[in-house]
Every structure is written in C-alpha cells, then in structure tokens.
Design a protein around this ligand. Structure first.
Ligand SMILES: *[C@@H]1O[C@H](CO)[C@@H](O)[C@H](O)[C@H]1NC(C)=O
Ligand SMILES: *[C@@H]1O[C@H](CO)[C@@H](O)[C@H](O)[C@H]1NC(C)=O
Ligand SMILES: *[C@@H]1O[C@H](CO)[C@@H](O)[C@H](O)[C@H]1NC(C)=O
Length: 379
C-alpha cells in the first residue's frame, strides 16, 4: 500500500517535471520564432473544426474523444476532431501562448482570464443546424456562455466593467461558423426544409443576417479584435466526394462550392461594415480569413505541400474513407503528413498547421483581409 502510494507520488512528480520541461522548451523555441507577439487572451467560437472537448459530455454523434482521434496529440484523444492540433491550437502558439486555450466545459476548474474555447461540433449559426447528429451548442448559446464568464473575469481583475472592457479589447476572438449550416442543414435535404425554402443566394443572405447580429453582440460584449473564418471548400471534402455520383473519385461538387462562396463573399463584406462603421462599432478590428482559398490551394497543389492523398481521408469507412468518420480504435493511415484529410470532414494536423501559418503571415489580402493575424495581434 505505502510503496504504491510513494510510487504514485514520485510518478506525479516526474509527470509534473516533464510537463514543466516541455512547456519551457516550447515557450523558448516559440519565443525565438515570434519575439514581439504576446496576446494576453484568446476566445474561440465555432464548430468541430475548432472544438477541443466541449461535446465530450453531450449526447451527440459529433464526438471525437476516442482513439484514433488525437493519435498525434500529446494528451491523446481530447475531443479534437483531428489527429493532432486544430487550426486555433496552432494560432494560439503563433500569438505567443505556451498552453492551449481550455474548453469552456472545463473552465470551472481553470481560469478564463487568458481565454476559453466555446466551440461545439455540429454547431452552426442557426440553432437547428446539427440537430440530425444530436445535441450541440449553437452560436447563440456559445455567445451566452461567453457572457456568462464575464463576471468571473471582472472578479479576477478586481475592477469594474471598464477594467473588463479594457482587458477584452486586447484579446483575440476567433469565430469559425457556417460549415454545418450547409453540411448539416441546407445540403441535408432529407432532414431539413431550408433547401426548399431558400435559393442558395437567399440562404447565404439569411445566414449573414443572423451572423451579423451575433457578431454585433460579440462586439457589444467586448470583442474588438475579431477573426471570422469563412467556409472551406466543402464540395471537395471526402464526405462529399463519396456522395457525389461520379466515377472520378476526386471530382468536387461545384454546386456546393458555389453555394458556400455566396456566404463567404458576403462575410468578407461584413468585415468592412464592422471596420468602417465608426459610429456604431468604434475600435472594431475585424479580419476575414478566406478558408475557401487556402483549402483550395492545399487540394489543388498537393505536391507543393507534401501531400500524396487529398481526396481520401486517413481514416473512415467506404468510398474515399468518406462515408462516416473514424470508428473507435480504427487503425488510421500510417503517415498522416501525406494526407490532407484526417477523416471525412476534418483536416489533418499538418494541414491545420499550414492553414494557421498562412493566416498568420500572408501578405495577400485574398487570404486574410484587411490584415493578417500577426498584424492583428501586434495592433
Ligand atoms: C448515377 O450515375 C449513374 C450513371 O451515370 C446513373 O445511372 C444513376 O441514375 C445516377 N444516380 C443518381 C442518384 O443520380
Ligand atoms: C511522412 O511523410 C512526410 C511528408 O511527405 C515525410 O517527410 C516523412 O518522411 C514521412 N514519414 C515516414 C515515417 O514515412
Ligand atoms: C493573391 O492570391 C490570389 C489567390 O491565390 C492570387 O490569384 C493572386 O495573384 C495573389 N496576389 C498576389 C499579389 O500575389
């Protein structure tokens, strides 16, 4: 009994030591890469592309807290829908964090002063989006959850609401929404009626109307430096390739790509509305990320990025490994660095690293508009 307790203690000590060492090594190498950037806080809203565990205790099929998810992540499966880091994990590192932003579901145990991740797999701009998969936390609720932690930030700062405002004005906010409003709503015609109610243009406009109200609420709650990511090239994900009636297994569904681009171009214009309307949104610094263009680059120029396979997921079932997501304990493909897609819907860690680095450093306004994330972070 006593021996095993002592062993346990020394084991915990070793783990703590390793953890400390790992953190130090990481912050050190990291500091060398980006000496000036030091963002004090980072808040995240979105769907499964950036969820890091908020769905773990929710009754839904949109869950990823089992093997082989997280196979390349130090903590194993955490609920991240990838083999390793998500795009916001990499962005957090690039803007100077030495630890990952915790999921909101865990914040009762951890401080929120440096940020929290509210994202939820299957979630969308519209509340009903994702109902086909079960429960989830839609954007409206993610924003209420953020509102719910403001008193804690205020207590921590020991000040008034002005102190909270001042703190939040230095934070980076990331919102990646819209993919499920297409995949798990508009395109899912046997479950949802939106495709018979709206033309693609009318649907994009309806989403943008809701989203602009949600982003205005985020501004009202204190968000000033806000990144909004557009929807990626979802007509080319393994899930769509598998469903597309074509003998060419890599032929994208261009109707679906065109539909999401109606949303994307409106979102880019929305950024101008926030940035240029000084009377209504003073101090707003919104940045649009064109996830469509950056994912298209990876898909159409695979060799440039070291990919051998872009039309088939690293794990999954059926045509293109795209019919369903990775099964529990399924053996994934051997070399994840050669695959663009981890499962039917989600990029591999290496793809997330490429996407984040592009967003951070690009000088081309087609990818990050009107400035890149490094510029946003140093403002
Ligand atoms: C798929 O394509 C085949 C051959 O072109 C055609 O016979 C079949 O009806 C198509 N199925 C659907 C669902 O469009
Ligand atoms: C995996 O693929 C990457 C990128 O093509 C390559 O650099 C690496 O050597 C490969 N690793 C193994 C173990 O094959
Ligand atoms: C910016 O990126 C777009 C899309 O890839 C490309 O067409 C354009 O030539 C680029 N502009 C510059 C100045 O590199």
């Amino acid at each position: 009994m006593e021996i095993s307790a002592r062993h346990k203690r020394s084991f915990s000590f070793l783990v703590a030591l390793l953890f400390w060492y790992f953190n130090e090594a990481w912050s050190w190498t990291h500091a060398k890469e980006t000496p000036q950037v030091r963002v004090p806080c980072f808040f995240i809203f979105g769907d499964s592309l950036v969820d890091n565990g908020n769905n773990n205790d929710i009754l839904t099929l949109a869950r990823a807290n089992y093997q082989p998810y997280g196979v390349d992540f130090p903590q194993g499966p955490t609920g991240r829908f990838s083999n390793g880091r998500t795009v916001v994990d990499v962005l957090a590192q690039l803007v100077g964090f030495s630890t990952y932003i915790p999921p909101h579901s865990e914040t009762s145990r951890r401080s929120v002063i440096a940020g929290a991740n509210f994202a939820s797999g299957a979630a969308g701009i519209r509340d009903e989006t994702g109902n086909n998969l079960g429960a989830h936390i839609p954007m409206n609720q993610q924003l209420s959850n953020f509102e719910g932690i403001l008193p804690e930030i205020r207590r921590y700062l020991g000040g008034d609401m002005k102190a909270v405002e001042n703190h939040l004005s230095k934070c980076i906010f990331y919102s990646g929404m819209g993919s499920n409003d297409y995949l798990n709503n508009y395109f899912m015609t046997n479950y949802y009626t939106t495709s018979s109610q709206f033309t693609p243009t009318a649907y994009a406009n309806a989403l943008l109307q809701d989203y602009s109200r949600q982003l205005a609420f985020l501004y009202q709650l204190g968000g000033r430096k806000v990144i909004v990511a557009g929807v990626g090239q979802i007509g080319c994900i393994p899930y769509e390739l598998a469903r597309y009636n074509s003998t060419d297994q890599s032929r994208c569904n261009e109707d679906k790509n065109n539909a999401v681009n109606l949303f994307n171009s409106g979102l880019r214009q929305l950024v101008d509305v926030f940035n240029h309307n000084n009377a209504q949104f003073p101090g707003a610094k919104f940045v649009y990320l064109d996830s469509y263009l950056s994912s298209r680059d990876l898909y159409s120029k695979p060799k440039t990025y070291g990919f051998d396979v872009v039309d088939k997921a690293c794990c999954g079932v059926g045509k293109n490994n795209g019919q369903i997501t990775c099964l529990p304990f399924q053996e994934p493909c051997e070399n994840r660095s050669k695959y663009l897609f981890w499962d039917a819907f989600h990029p591999t860690e290496i793809a997330n690293v490429l996407l984040a680095k592009k967003a951070f450093t690009t000088k081309n306004k087609s990818y990050a508009y009107p400035i890149n994330i490094q510029q946003l972070a140093t403002l």
